[in-house]
Design a protein around this ligand. Structure first.
Ligand code: SF4
Ligand code: SF4
Ligand code: SF4
Length: 319
């Protein structure tokens, strides 16, 4: 363990830990859009800039390891001004859609824009996806994509590659045309995506949305929320139950400990908890490529024999 000073407070940290993780461990918040404790640092959003040892140029807190005796300032006027400009540039290239966006209320971009007093559009020019937000990929019954809201943080790309041991997502294009693409820029349906929804769980904005929650018109901040564990396998991934009136839907949470997620588990939890069961889908290889086809709940839950593990409480689930 080493000692360093953050904002005048002496803290201890493990040698080699990042400044960001050390600060968070002591309740000192540093804004970050691309950070995830289970992923390697992306250092793509640059929002976690801090001053180190009084040097005039800032360092990214997520990619700078702590050192004994280090002195860090996370919130100077200069640092705040730089972060504000970064946020402004992001919002200048973003649809003004918070009113109807599924992510509103838990969107990190919205949260930091509020904290730093940034408003939509101070610079004119082209904007990702044009003037209006729209779902650019509606091919999946589980996930909706809206490229215009993507801030290119890279968390979905990393989580798909690092934690799922598959690399469906990657960056494609250059400069202003850069975007996240599935395989060779295919739809989620045509791609090798297995609908685990882990990318949805880590996306900090409304670029990747859980379709079933969206269709129920439930936003998390207006719902009663409960975290439950999936019993389909020994991992015990966590899902969140969102309850509003008589409606109950589930959504995957970002799993701790670097666990993967799977569609099998999602269907298992959905069958246990949801207020009305939606048709499950499976992917099939056809002559025209991969297609989602409707399946039965019996077939979906017979995967790996998980049907045997459902202990349905009729009173509680309404089924
Ligand atoms: S992604 Fe966030 S900032 Fe963008 S429209 Fe949705 S809520 Fe607003
Ligand atoms: S749903 Fe899972 S497999 Fe599909 S793109 Fe997202 S993380 Fe990758
Ligand atoms: S889709 Fe979401 S997680 Fe992926 S790069 Fe864009 S903003 Fe980040």
């Amino acid at each position: 363990m080493i000692k360093l000073t953050i904002n005048g407070q002496t803290v201890t940290a493990e040698d080699g830990m990042s400044i960001l993780d050390a600060a968070l461990a002591h309740g000192i918040e540093i804004p970050a859009l691309c950070h995830d404790p289970d992923l390697k640092p992306e250092s793509s959003c640059r929002l976690c800039l801090v001053e180190v040892d009084g040097r005039p140029w800032p360092r990214v807190a997520c990619g700078t390891p702590v050192k004994d005796g280090m002195v860090v300032e996370t919130n100077t006027p200069e640092i705040r001004a730089t972060r504000r400009e970064i946020l402004q540039l992001l919002l200048d290239n973003h649809p003004n859609d918070c009113l109807t966006c599924q992510k509103a209320g838990e969107c990190l971009l919205q949260k930091y824009a509020y904290e730093y007093g940034v408003t939509f559009r101070t610079h004119n020019g082209a904007r990702r996806g044009g003037e209006k937000a729209r779902f650019t990929d509606t091919s999946s019954p589980y996930i909706l994509r809206d490229e215009s809201k993507c801030i290119l943080c890279g968390k979905c790309v990393s989580t798909c590659a690092e934690l799922n041991e598959r690399s469906v997502l990657s960056f494609a294009g250059r400069g202003f045309e850069t975007k996240v693409a599935a395989d060779r820029d295919e739809t989620l349906e045509a791609s090798t995506c297995v609908s685990c929804s882990r990318c949805v769980a880590v996306c900090p904005v409304g670029a990747l949305i859980d379709r079933r929650v969206r269709e129920k018109k439930i936003r998390p901040w207006e719902a009663d929320r409960q975290t439950i564990q999936c019993k389909a396998c020994e991992y015990g991934c966590e899902y969140e139950v969102l309850k509003k009136g008589d409606e109950r839907v589930i959504r995957p949470l970002s799993p701790s400990g670097g666990r993967p997620l799977c569609l099998k588990g999602r269907l298992f939890v959905e069958a246990e908890v949801s207020s009305d069961l939606r048709t499950p889908y499976k992917k099939e290889e056809t002559e025209k490529g991969r297609k989602f086809v409707r399946t039965t709940w019996i077939e979906a839950l017979e995967l790996d024999g998980i049907l045997d593990r459902i202990t349905c409480n009729e009173t509680d689930s309404g089924k």
